[in-house]
Design a protein around this ligand. Sequence first.
Ligand code: ARG
Length: 564
Amino acid sequence: MYNFLSTLAQDILNSNFGIEPDVTWEYSSDGDKGDASTAVALQVSKKAGKKPQEIAQVLCDKLAEDESVERAEIAGPGYVNVWLTHKALLKSLNSTREACIAQVKRDEPPVIIDYCGPNIAKPLGIHHILPHVIGQAIINIYKHQGFNVIGWSYPGDWGTQFGKLAVAFEKWGEGKKAGDCSVEELLDLYVKFHNEVENDPSLEDQARESFKKLEGGDKKMHMFWKEVVKVSEENLKNLYKRLNINPDEETGESFYQDKMDPIIEEGTKRGVFIEGEGGALIAEFTEESGLPPFMMKKSDGSTLYGTRDLAMIRYRIDQHHPQAIYYVVDRAQSLHFRQLFETCNKLEWELPELEHTVFGRMSFGDKKMSTRKGTVLRLEEVLDEAEKRAEAIITERGDEIQADDRSELAEMMGLGALVYGVLSQNRKMDIVFDWDKFLSFEGNSAPYLQYTHARTKSVLRKSEQEEFVMPSDIKELADKERSLLNLLLQFARVLDEAREARMPHILTNYLYALCQSYNTFYNSEPILKAEEQTRSLRLSLTSLTASVLKTGAELLTIRVPDRM
Ligand code: ARG
């Protein structure tokens, strides 16, 4: 949005000092520093062989000659602060309006984002919300900006858990068919297996046997497996609908069963895979890497999680020729991904950019949250609870809250609070779960954002106007208007930053600041009662704020109400 300023400054530096550096303008929220400031004079001083102040002075003088610049001043050791004319500021706002519109998908190699990846046959725990919503938010931002993205779920639908479940069905299933069971019933049997195994360790062997049968293509086991997968998928579908999770592609671990052999063969031929202890097949790494061997086959010949992940990289490269693959996965799997990527390097594959897009662990302020009866707190229950808590708050607030449909609002607010609570935290740190903070009306939270959006909509409704036309020029900008306007101007840049860093909290922080700025403006300046030009400016700013809040929230998978 300051592109024209960058070009201007570049031209000035070129004609006066013969240099052509990149010039970046920072926005400052502090009115004393103008609308934009740059440190370029300090950065190029050495190269130009001039004092920073001298360069800054030339910049100021020449910039001030441009019709979009009201004034330019030197600050500190050589910063240049620029105040733009009202006209230039208002014109720049078009970039914000454009940033609210989803761009058309470009024809380019895709970015694959690996996310979700729940292990099937067990219900999702609360911590599963992390790979789902962090991944989906990142995907949404990429897509919004026109990237060719494949959001790819990789459910764990293969492994000994199916053997355990089969044994449990046989022993305690009372003749029920897996296909007729609910996920809860499947979980109960799974838990029962784990309890019984304490007394009878031979159950483990039976489970392994049963899984081996599945791997060997046993018909009955295969049917059982299919039924379990189907039950889990039905349940997942529901959850995904509630959370606005929409993978573009899904391949379970089972899909890679027949895609590992060629890779094993290739790696063995190239000497990358060698025999390890007890006849296992491993990849070894250099001592400097500090990585322990990566197991490709166990001594009994069976393949592993890592083998399947390796086969999946090959598959993705062959099928899609991606420019990058990002894995939105728990920090606990750091070692796995380092080994996996290093193995690809050793195989000398031509690789896209590979990144483990880590997130931290979920931690609970409230001890009661973390476990219950020895099992993890189920995601579905937490979603229900979020809605219930939101409903209680809405009831408590009584007439203060206006909604067309209070239960729909409770759903929007409860789920939004949970999702926003997760996404507003730096994903690389531990994510703290805190109901009070998540559901607060005053803080960096979904209810605050939703409330502010409803407020903008209410102003717009009361104006009884359909369209809002920004005046092309105005005589004066109040401080609060100027800050709001400057913040609105940042939207496109914030989306870029959030995408490039794959950090959704950059977007939530911005939306929070925008809500604060709008509310300060709302509380200090009359909007509907202002005189004509000012009224139209303020309504336009309100309408743009509404669009940015809604666009931003929806990218984060959160819905916002028109009334609240
Ligand atoms: N199913 C795995 C788990 O629950 C997560 C999958 C992550 N993605 C991957 N490509 N390994 O731990």
